[in-house]
Write a protein that binds this ligand. Structure first.
Ligand code: GAF
Length: 395
């Protein structure tokens, strides 16, 4: 049997302990960082994420006939009924993500019956590393296997987004679900969010002696949801002003026809899409310096034009520059959460220490750090009774 990720072992143990017996399927899915291409997905643009080594795992089985479905979280130590309305647990609940997947499957005409499931995860929560997409992606893979739905990965990602938009009520794009389901170890994934065509891009950081250092700023994400929805609305309005279906189709020349907030938001999106295309070329040519420069430019655009950065993000990006990082930027939806940097490996400790002391001086929350290598996407673990499968490649 292939080695299990710690979250997979925990989900398996939790299933045995909670429900007795063996699960029929064990699946897991990673969190992600987006390397470049922020707030471009919902305008049909380009993104370049990679998966990280933190995952959410689920062990599941069909249970007894007529048994009401149960969702158990080993991290929260609590069980929730599968059948429930969104928000029924009192505010937002981790259980709404798997429930949302079941709902989305039903809406799309797939029959997933009752099941029992135990979850375990180590993707930091609410840090902008897509813990929710990881729950959705692991759930959809497990249900695909359990009920023989025969979904392909694109379809699975679209169902997860539907769960997020229609059940959980967050108007996100396709970036996170796509990354969690489609990324592969040692690679980034270039995604055209309009056509949903995706191709791997090499990201051999070890060979270049570079580290992907992630700084979780721990900045409170107070405006995250309203700010996100507002940015989306304004950028969709800017497309309308230009008579375009999506901002993806706007050219730099079009920007002259916009003013004020619409101009700033659209300028970020137009220049960011162009940066993603150049970033892919840079990585394909092994030019990390060029790639890093694009990361810095992307951050400036998010700070000045999209206005989704925070003092913590800006301080970290400047410290990264001082520490000789090739690039650094906010990653994810913004208004808090993580920043990333591409740093010569020998400079990682120095950058961490400098950040701790500068943040303390500026009275900013103390950050957490992770160093990631591009990790594998979602998988069903082979060796479980109904899981003859494969890592990423066929759901
Ligand atoms: C969040 C959303 F969920 C994504 O769809 C994407 O828009 C991202 O913010 C910003 O690039 O992670």
């Amino acid at each position: 049997m292939m080695p299990l990720h710690p979250t997979e072992s925990r989900a398996l143990g939790a299933y045995r302990e909670r429900f007795g017996g063996e699960p029929e399927v064990l699946a897991s899915a990673p969190g992600r960082v987006n390397l470049i291409g922020e707030h471009t997905d919902y305008g049909g643009g380009f993104v370049l994420p990679c998966a990280v080594g933190r995952r959410v795992a689920v062990a599941a089985g069909r249970g007894l006939p007529d048994e009401p479905g149960v969702l158990f979280s080993s991290d929260f130590g609590e069980a929730r009924p599968l059948q429930s309305e969104p928000g029924a647990d009192g505010g937002s609940s981790w259980a709404d993500y798997p429930r949302g997947v079941v709902w989305a499957l039903g809406e799309a005409g797939y029959e997933a019956g009752g099941f029992r499931a135990a979850f375990a995860g180590d993707v930091p929560l609410g840090a902008g590393l897509s813990s929710s997409a990881a729950v959705e992606a692991a759930t959809v893979l497990a249900l695909d296997r359990l009920f023989r739905l025969d979904l392909d990965r694109r379809e699975a990602a679209l169902l997860c987004r539907r769960a997020e938009n229609g059940y959980v009520g967050v108007q996100s794009g396709i970036l996170d679900q796509f990354a969690s389901l489609m990324c592969r170890e040692g690679e980034a994934l270039f995604v055209d969010c309009r056509t949903l065509e995706a191709r791997p891009v090499p990201l051999d950081l070890d060979r270049a002696n570079l580290s992907l250092l992630v700084c979780d700023t721990n900045a409170p994400r107070v405006l995250a949801e309203t700010g996100y929805n507002d940015r989306r609305e304004v950028s969709e309005r800017a497309a309308k002003t230009l008579g375009l279906a999506e901002l993806r189709d706007a050219s730099p020349g079009d920007l002259e026809r916009l003013g004020g907030e619409e101009l700033r938001r659209a300028r970020h999106v137009v220049t960011e899409n162009a940066r993603v295309l150049r970033a892919v070329e840079a990585l394909e040519g092994g030019d990390f310096r060029e790639f890093g420069g694009l990361m810095y430019a992307s951050h400036a655009s998010m700070r000045d034009d999209y206005e989704i950065s925070t003092p913590s993000h800006d301080a970290f990006v400047e410290l990264a520059r001082e520490a000789g990082a090739l690039g650094a930027r906010l990653t994810g939806g913004g208004f808090g959460g993580c920043a990333i940097s591409l740093v010569p490996s020998e400079n990682v400790d120095g950058l961490k220490q400098a950040t701790f002391s500068r943040f303390a001086k500026l009275a900013l929350p103390r950050p957490d750090f992770y160093t990631f290598l591009p990790a594998a996407g979602a998988r069903v673990v082979p060796g479980q009774p109904s899981g003859q499968a494969e890592a990423n490649g066929g759901a």
